[in-house]
Design a protein around this ligand. Structure first.
Ligand code: PLP
Length: 304
């Protein structure tokens, strides 16, 4: 392993309101979150010292917890402030930010009515999720064996740790076959998303993306839709059948970690990263970087 294990890094972790040394930010083995997956988390990226859409992420964290029937004992504003303070303390400009909330150890069984709710936040340096050279050519996706569950089976709008079990199994199976990731269908058999990112297709200059009715409506997905609208691209949100995969010309996935990443293959189906994909990839890169003050505005401010 080239980089140090995640429990052996330098710096501090924000843990229940305190900055604790990285190696001391531990939980007991009898933690409800570990045994019963009663944990929710976020994945955020900071660009140039600013966490992109931090407030939206923190609100989703609160909502994810509510869907798992617990309340995080810190307000959205307190969590935002903690994320920002930690980013400064760790001294990163470009970084990944991981808040996680979980049920503690007071009760050990399915019922966890008395368990304390904990919150921790870690920040680390994290470059491209996929190999950068591969990313430009387009990554290859396997087709996953597992499907995104019916909303009647699981709280699919929660970024809940338990829902990632099928993602890890699917990503491992894909990696064993030499793929970078896997496309998951949903419980009905429609195209859903990758194991940690949403998906878009292009055909005849029109963007198509699955309706997020049983998987995360990602913050990056919503940003990409906004960027596409700004460009005047036509976009259709709808159920997409697997047999349509052959008809699409371009494909890309998007998420906080993946950013906008072109896809060249999904199982037997091939795509060529084209103008719309590359434009949105560049637009996203510009969007996430904090705006630099324009010289004219600076001048006007200096005069007034
Ligand atoms: C399963 C899954 N779908 C979609 C996304 C994209 O969400 P976002 O753009 O909010 O990061 C993620 C990443 O968090 C994810 O893990």
């Amino acid at each position: 392993m080239s980089s140090p294990s995640f429990d052996q890094r330098d710096g501090v972790i924000w843990y229940d309101g305190e900055m604790v040394p990285w190696s001391e930010a531990n939980v007991h083995v009898l933690t409800h979150g570990l045994h019963y997956a009663s944990a929710v988390f976020e994945g955020e990226r900071a660009y140039g010292g600013k966490i992109f859409k931090l407030d939206e992420h923190t609100r989703r964290l609160h909502e994810s917890a509510r869907l798992l029937d617990f309340e995080i004992p810190y307000s959205v504003e307190e969590i935002n402030a903690a994320c920002n303070a930690l980013l400064r303390e760790q001294g990163f400009e470009d970084a990944y930010v991981r808040p996680i909330a979980w049920r503690g150890s007071e009760m050990m069984g399915v019922s966890a009515q008395q368990n304390k709710i904990h919150l921790a936040i870690a920040v680390w340096d994290w470059p491209s999720y996929f190999d950068p050279a591969q990313r430009l050519k387009g990554i290859r996706l396997d087709i996953a064996e597992y499907r995104r569950p019916d909303p009647r089976t699981a709280p699919c709008k929660s970024k809940a740790a338990g829902l990632y079990m099928i993602c890890t199994i699917s990503k491992h199976a894909a990696e064993k076959k030499g793929y970078a990731d896997a496309l998951m269908f949903d419980w009905r058999g429609y195209v859903a998303e990758a194991t940690g990112a949403n998906i878009f297709f292009v055909k005849d200059g029109v963007l198509h993306t699955p309706t997020p009715d049983c998987f995360l409506d990602g913050i990056t997905r919503r940003t990409v839709i906004e960027l596409a609208q700004r460009r005047g691209y036509e976009l259709v949100e709808r159920h997409i059948k697997p047999e349509e995969l052959d008809d699409f010309e371009q494909c890309f996935i998007c998420g906080t970690a993946a950013e906008v990443t072109p896809v060249s293959e999904i199982g037997p189906h091939s795509f060529t990263p084209g103008e719309i994909t590359l434009t949105l990839m560049n637009d996203y890169t510009k969007e996430v970087r904090p705006a630099k003050a324009e010289p004219q505005k600076q001048m006007a401010a200096a005069i007034s």
